[in-house]
Unconditional design. Structure first.
Length: 99
């Protein structure tokens, strides 16, 4: 469960974002262009769906990053989750824990 402080920071980042694409991935992902679960929009429902999907991809992860970029790449691996992409030169908009 997210803390109220993390929830406020995350919602603020969603609503003040000006990037074309948003994604969720583990906070410690490297390199910068590591895969993420691409969000379909910038609403709380979009975030919830992306978090559920990300939790299935990275089941042991508890520390997450909301990232944004204006450029997105489709990953080529056939085993990838359909919403899995890489954002080019992403900015970290917020980090949060789901413990």
């Amino acid at each position: 469960m997210m803390s109220p402080k993390d929830t406020r920071a995350l919602m603020t980042a969603l609503h003040t974002n000006d990037h074309a694409h948003l994604g969720i991935r583990p906070a410690d992902a490297t390199p910068a262009e590591s895969p993420c679960v691409l969000m379909g929009g910038a609403t709380a429902n979009d975030l919830s769906y992306a978090l559920v999907t990300a939790g299935q991809v990275w089941p042991d992860c508890e520390d997450w990053a909301l990232i944004g970029s204006d450029e997105v790449e489709q990953l080529a691996s056939p085993g990838d989750v359909p919403t899995m992409h890489a954002l080019r030169s992403p900015d970290t908009l917020a980090t949060f824990a789901t413990t």
